[in-house]
Write a protein that binds this ligand. Structure first.
Ligand code: NOJ
Length: 739
């Protein structure tokens, strides 16, 4: 449809029809028994009105969605199709690693391919929009949703977000297998105080602009179709009612022209934030901020007409929102084909196909991070002797992470099952022994999910489990501990103040380490955990995150050396929870810690070092890489020139491997305090033993800009350090001057 036709359509719509477009219905309302549900009653909606609404979420299935669309087309006066949205975060039915793990892969191409796969599976199953990517920058692993971010580097987050958007949306959203993406949560949802979900965000404007906003902006530049508001306040104003944020920054400065959707219930929650007396006032505030869709409250549905009738808002304001929604439907091709790609046969063929599983396995392998590997205990081989796999992850099939709403345990093999399969196919020759050793959680402990408690198996005989594990450990030459958080420990509302392994697993590791010294610990988690004790008791530590449907196969690939680990931590691993929030790009203080223990007046802790356990960008390999000193093509940069920073990287080990070469820059003196290092580039290269490659990074003036003392986003002349290395801790540097 042309823009003119859309405008004609808008003109022809009644006020009620227009308001309907702004309403996103909760999934409970989309069934045949909708009218019996609480939400229908509390929204005051009739059965017919349901099918005149603009969108719904979390309902899937080609057949079901086609039926719903049929009802919409026969009810909605102008036959305006409904939008079907869902949280397709790290896969639809074929689950690939959680976003934090994708960050660890430093492989944007792979994330793009994974997003494409998810878009295909879910669009054949009838979906139009995914609520991904999450571009929220994170520095505090107490917050459970760090699993949904790609980490603490705004550069990495921007690159990853762009790649995912290209994967989901394709070149054009009418292209088969594509869907609309939604960047979230605008803005700064990843910085809640104390790491407690939904809590207040306190950020100074400069930090907000320089560190938190650019990843959303990168998504907007990449053409993302929707943006979602965040639950938090910024400068004490909830985002969903924040005119400055949504109009001045998002629309005017960043140029976002797409649909702005509230997060679930966020318009109604303006009442809880105590900036609106009731939902009517909440609706007015959100409409004035330019929020187009009200996700799952009756605020817009029940109040917009009255707001217009009473002259509290203009109909033009409503029209603005409706037009953006109609444009999105048009861009998705819904007016021409209201079912879009919903196709039972294609869905069946595509979902969990061999190809998709292979991609998920590859992505999981690329995202695992080798944190320790003393005496090259890994990879496992004949020299490992008798191997025992011990821990609650031996039989766990829930390897997906929190947001994998359509991932099913029956589609996933546990580590034990995968070993059996590998023995059958000849991929493994020696069968290890297995014991669970402990429960996931403390006796009687429960993890709450949305709507009930998670079903986490609990074995009554804790002592029996432990003894079985200890007997195996005593007989084994090498023990692989499979430990970690449960998926429901992280994710939305998964904040924790203790980020160690769950207690029974700590005890298990402790006991096993008393009878066997050759321990390899695999950690499954949705966040950087406090791994001090794990490090002490293990010769090797492998961070596996939540690796997805093919996670067990990918893990065996890495443990047995078929895949050489190349992941790097995308978030600082603290020594303990007391160091949080923590990041690689902190500001220098007036009293830096110079290690002089006789001097009290330094910025440090009395009980723990300032440094992290593992810094951003860190990760080992089964081979070793040499990185030469940095050379610069010139020692002077101007606004119209560029400098190339180069290093030679050589694989000096015995096996092929990949290294993530990372660029950091430090602005040495400026009008405001500047970070000790800022991540500005990376390149992942694969080298055979003995092979050498030159890696080059082009540095231009725009990479040096920040919000100066004059509140202008610009660079300042002066001296800069350029670091190139294999983690943020590198001190391999050269210097240049910006004229
Ligand atoms: C709430 C979450 O914050 C958001 O990320 C998600 O997309 C919506 N719920 C919809 O499920």
């Amino acid at each position: 449809m042309t823009k003119e036709k859309l405008l004609e359509l808008l003109k022809d719509m009644s006020l009620e029809e227009k308001i309907g477009q702004l309403v996103q219905l909760p999934p409970e309302l989309m069934g045949d028994d909708a009218m019996a549900t609480g939400p229908a009653q509390s929204m005051g909606i009739t059965y017919e009105q349901i099918y005149e609404c603009g969108s719904t979420l979390t309902v899937t299935g080609a057949e079901k969605l086609k039926k719903i669309q049929d009802k919409v087309l026969s009810t909605q006066p102008h036959k305006i199709p409904m939008l079907f949205m869902a949280d397709i975060i790290n896969g639809y039915r074929t689950i690939y690693p959680i976003p934090l793990a994708q960050g660890a892969s430093f492989d944007t191409k792979l994330s793009e391919e994974c997003a494409r796969m998810a878009a295909k599976e879910s669009s054949y199953d009838g979906l139009h929009v995914t609520f991904s990517p999450m571009a929220d920058l994170v520095k505090d692993s107490r917050w459970g949703r760090v699993m949904e971010s790609t980490g603490e580097s705004v550069f990495l987050n921007s690159e990853m977000g762009k790649a995912m958007i290209v994967g989901y949306q394709g070149k054009d959203m009418t292209e088969e297998g594509s869907m609309a993406a939604c960047v979230k949560h605008f803005a700064a949802y990843g910085a809640p105080m104390g790491g407690r979900d939904y809590n207040t965000v306190e950020l100074d404007e400069r930090t907000l602009k320089d560190e938190y906003l650019p990843a959303y902006e990168a998504a907007i530049k990449a053409g993302v179709a929707l943006t979602m508001t965040s639950f938090n306040t910024i400068n004490r104003v909830p985002s969903t009612a924040n005119k400055w944020l949504m109009r001045d920054i998002l629309r005017d400065k960043m140029g976002f022209k797409g649909v702005l959707i509230s997060d679930w219930g966020a318009i109604g929650e303006l009442v809880n934030h105590a900036v609106a007396a009731d939902k009517k006032e909440a609706a007015r505030l959100a409409l004035e901020a330019g929020v187009d869709i009200d996700m799952c409250t009756e605020s817009y549905f029940a109040n917009t007409k009255a707001l217009i009738d009473e002259g509290l808002i203009s109909e033009e304001l409503l029209d603005e929102c409706v037009l953006r929604i109609l444009e999105l439907k048009n861009d998705l091709g819904l007016f021409e084909n209201p079912y879009r790609f919903a196709d039972e046969a294609k869905a069946k063929e595509c979902i969990l196909s061999k190809e998709n599983r292979a991609l998920a396995r590859k992505a999981a392998g690329q995202s695992m991070v080798l944190l320790e590997n003393h005496k090259s205990i890994l990879p496992l081989s004949e020299k490992s002797g008798k191997v025992a796999f011990i821990g609650p992850y031996v039989d766990c099939k829930h390897l997906y992470g929190f947001w994998s709403l359509w991932g099913r345990d029956e589609d996933t093999a546990s580590v034990r099952e995968t070993v059996d399969e590998f023995i059958k196919t000849g991929e493994l020759s020696e069968k290890p022994s297995f014991a669970q050793g402990s429960n996931f959680l403390k006796k009687g402990e429960k993890l709450v999910q949305f709507g009930g408690y998670a079903d986490i198996p609990e074995n009554e005989d804790e002592e029996g489990m432990l003894n079985e594990a200890l007997n195996l450990a005593k007989e084994a030459d090498t023990v692989v501990m499979l430990l970690g958080e449960h998926a429901f420990h992280s994710g939305e509302a998964g904040s924790r103040t203790d980020i160690r392994l769950p207690k029974p697993q700590r005890k298990l590791l402790d006991e096993v380490s008393k009878v066997n010294k050759n321990i390899v610990t695999v950690v499954f988690s949705g966040r950087p955990l406090d791994l001090r004790d794990v490090k002490k008791r293990s010769k090797a530590v492998l961070e596996a995150w939540f690796p997805g449907t093919e996670g067990a196969a990918a893990l065996l690939d890495v443990l047995y050396g078929k895949v050489n680990p190349s992941g790097k931590v995308p978030m600082t691993f603290p020594r303990n929870v007391g160091q949080l929030p923590m990041c690689y790009n902190e500001l220098p203080t007036g009293r830096p810690n110079n290690g002089d223990d006789t001097n009290r007046a330094m910025s440090r802790y009395l009980d723990v070092a300032n440094t992290p356990l593992y810094p951003f960008g860190y990760g080992l390999s089964y081979t070793k890489f040499d990185i030469s000193p940095v050379t610069l093509s010139s020692d002077t940069l101007t606004k119209d020139t560029s400098i190339t920073a180069s290093v030679k990287v050589t694989n000096v080990g015995k096996v092929t491997g990949s290294e993530v070469v990372q660029l950091y820059i430090r602005d040495k003196v400026a009008s405001v305090s500047r970070p000790v290092k800022e991540h500005k580039g990376f390149e992942k290269i694969c080298l055979k033993p003995g092979e050498e490659k030159t890696v080059e990074f082009v540095i231009t003036e725009d990479m040096l800009r920040f919000t100066t003392i004059n509140n202008v986003y610009e660079s300042e002349p002066g001296s800069f350090d350029v670091f190139v290395g294999n983690s943020s801790a590198t001190d391999n540097k050269a210097e240049f001057i910006l004229k």
